[in-house]
Design a protein around this ligand. Sequence first.
Ligand SMILES: Nc1nc2c(ncn2[C@@H]2O[C@H](COP(=O)(O)OP(=O)(O)OP(=O)(O)O)[C@@H](O)[C@H]2O)c(=O)[nH]1
Ligand SMILES: [Mg+2]
Length: 217
Amino acid sequence: MGCGCCTHALTEKDILRVVVFGLENSGKTSLVQCLKTSNKIFETSKYISTHGVIAVNIYLNIQTKLNLLIFDCGGCKHQRHIWPHLFNDSDVILFTIDSIDLTCLNDAKDALFDLLTDESLLNKPLLIVFTKSDKRKNINVTQLEQILNLSMIQDRPIHKVLFSSVTLDGLTSMLTWFTYFSYCKLHGKEMDISTNNKYQISESLNLSTPSNNKIKK
Ligand SMILES: Nc1nc2c(ncn2[C@@H]2O[C@H](COP(=O)(O)OP(=O)(O)OP(=O)(O)O)[C@@H](O)[C@H]2O)c(=O)[nH]1
Ligand SMILES: [Mg+2]
């Protein structure tokens, strides 16, 4: 696989495989598009539900050579039988949760914990993305975390981000997290739960500002 701007062919180790799960309408495809293009979506964007899985290759940062292969899965119930087929190939899991639609939280929690108990996903790093943060001020993330029982998840690195595809708030935090795990994979390092390491690495990679990732505001 090549990206057009690298001089060497990419190997498996160069590519971080990210599987994106989450209920229908929770913002997965919009988020992937934001990662791919660094552009905001329009608030009025039409909802087109994903069928099956869409693989998206993203080459993100000239300095860090972050290569992501993202699997964007359809979220509605009858699509979820496809999810297990992607488990083995993943390095990290991204799970989206609509931070506005509180009626879906229990379903989201069930879907999330079903995933995490699957043997092939044990210990895989988990990025929880609370989406649509532009739609409501003062979202109480702690309350969301409590309802979802996220403190129960102790067997793996976990990071939580409040994100909006409309404003791109939270994008840099996601990219920093991906860069850390990409670095670990490339160098065969243990994927550490400690956040200190993560930030040391991201600082040394000079990833702390959005401009490094060419994010258009
Ligand atoms: N205001 C706002 N709307 C969003 C945001 N993210 C997604 N949406 C809207 O929410 C709807 C669903 O977004 P999608 O990204 O298609 O959701 P999905 O999780 O991929 O849905 P499925 O493919 O059915 O599983 C679309 O109308 C988007 O425009 C956001 O951050 N803010
Ligand atoms: Mg979708």
